[in-house]
Ligand binder design. Structure first.
Ligand code: KG4
Ligand code: ZN
Length: 342
């Protein structure tokens, strides 16, 4: 089965072709980062318009790269939510128009299921069951995954997501957008001993997170310095910020493995690209005798491959999810438990 995947939930237009026999055939991405940079964050209306500009050229690009004519597509998967309503509507309408024209089924994919399954696209994919740590710009969650569509929430953030904390801290220090990669790079030059930020909810006794206090702690520290913040001070601040986030994520992930009795941790989402987090997790799993899997770096952030893959897996396991109605709605807010199938 050849599945075309379309991702357009936020600021990346991602297209891909996934073949259930031969794996990922092609993928292409257009990032809107440069366009939103001037505003310091995603402008929803601009995002929708930009998806419209790129979705068809990228569809043609993935078909050409895979040397597959449009007529060979068996199904179309698109991100139905969660995300920005206008942005989601672009992918949904293109998917349904193509499905209608080709008389092929369409399937709406949950963006977080796409992220959660993205490590399974790697050459040595993890096997179920595993604990999934999903750390993106909009979500921070720990889940137990027992199979396709079989997910149980263990804990999640009560306020900001980890990626959001990175982005807000970067904005506060004026070091670029999106914040994750910029903060991470600068932290490499920082001293771990100059500042110490709190570890919110580390000892909460459950697997929930809270990150909004962390950026406030950085702000309070910046104000108390009463000086022009030089580059070294920024590096020291980012270093302590990253250390705090990594400490919390590693600690809760290890607790989740211990509590569930599972031995495999699977990390996904944009913050999963973070090298300090990867180092911290690698050390911790080694110490505790667990395993950890990450997606290919290019599949940590939003992409079409994870949507094509998740759509293909759902159609393979539950052919009844194939939609031939071509009437659609997007789900800007959508709980992952709604798509759980046991
Ligand atoms: O998964 P994603 O592309 O989009 C959402 O679904 O939210 O994640 C984007 C988030 C942003 O907040 C970005 O700052 C963060 O992932 N991010 C990183 C890194 N690369 C991206 N955070 C920390 N370190 C990175 N290397
Ligand atoms: Zn995402």
């Amino acid at each position: 089965m050849l599945v075309l995947g379309i991702e357009s939930s936020c600021d990346e237009t991602g297209l891909a072709l996934y073949d259930t026999k031969h794996g990922l055939l092609s993928h292409a991405l257009h990032s809107q980062i440069a366009m939103h940079e001037a505003y310091g964050g995603v402008v929803p209306e601009l995002a929708s318009r930009d998806h419209i500009r790129h979705v068809l050229p990228l569809t043609e690009a993935v078909l050409a790269e895979a040397k597959k004519p449009l007529s060979t597509i068996d199904a179309i998967a698109y991100t139905q939510g969660p995300g920005l309503a206008g942005a989601l509507l672009v992918g949904a309408s293109i998917a349904n128009a193509l499905g209608f024209a080709l008389e092929k089924p369409v399937i709406g994919v949950h963006h977080l299921e796409g992220h959660l399954l993205s490590p399974l696209l790697s050459p040595e994919p993890p096997e179920f069951p595993f604990v999934a740590l999903l750390v993106s710009g909009g979500h921070t969650q720990l889940m137990e995954a027992h199979g396709f569509g079989q997910y149980r929430m263990l804990g999640e953030t009560l306020d900001d997501a980890a990626g959001e904390a990175f982005d807000k801290t970067a904005k506060l220090l004026g070091i670029g957008y999106p914040g994750g990669p910029a903060v991470s790079r600068l932290a490499e030059f920082g001293s771990p001993n100059r500042f110490r930020f709190p570890r919110p909810m580390k000892y909460s006794g459950n697997l929930d997170f809270s990150f909004s206090g962390l950026k406030t702690a950085v702000l309070t520290q910046v104000k108390s310095l009463k000086e022009n913040i030089c580059e070294q001070t920024k590096a020291d601040l980012t270093r302590s910020f990253v250390d705090a986030i990594v400490d919390i994520l590693v600690d809760k992930s290890m607790t989740a493995l211990k509590q569930t009795g599972l031995h495999t941790l699977v990390v996904s989402g944009g913050v999963g690209a973070n090298q300090q987090l990867r180092q911290g997790l690698n050390l911790a799993v080694k110490r505790c005798g667990y395993r950890v899997h990450y997606p290919n770096l290019s599949f940590c952030t939003d992409n079409g491959a994870m949507i094509a893959f998740a759509g293909a897996m759902r159609l393979k396991h539950w052919p009844d999810e194939a939609d031939f109605s071509y009437s659609y709605t997007v789900r800007p807010r959508w709980d992952l438990s709604d798509i759980t199938r046991y």
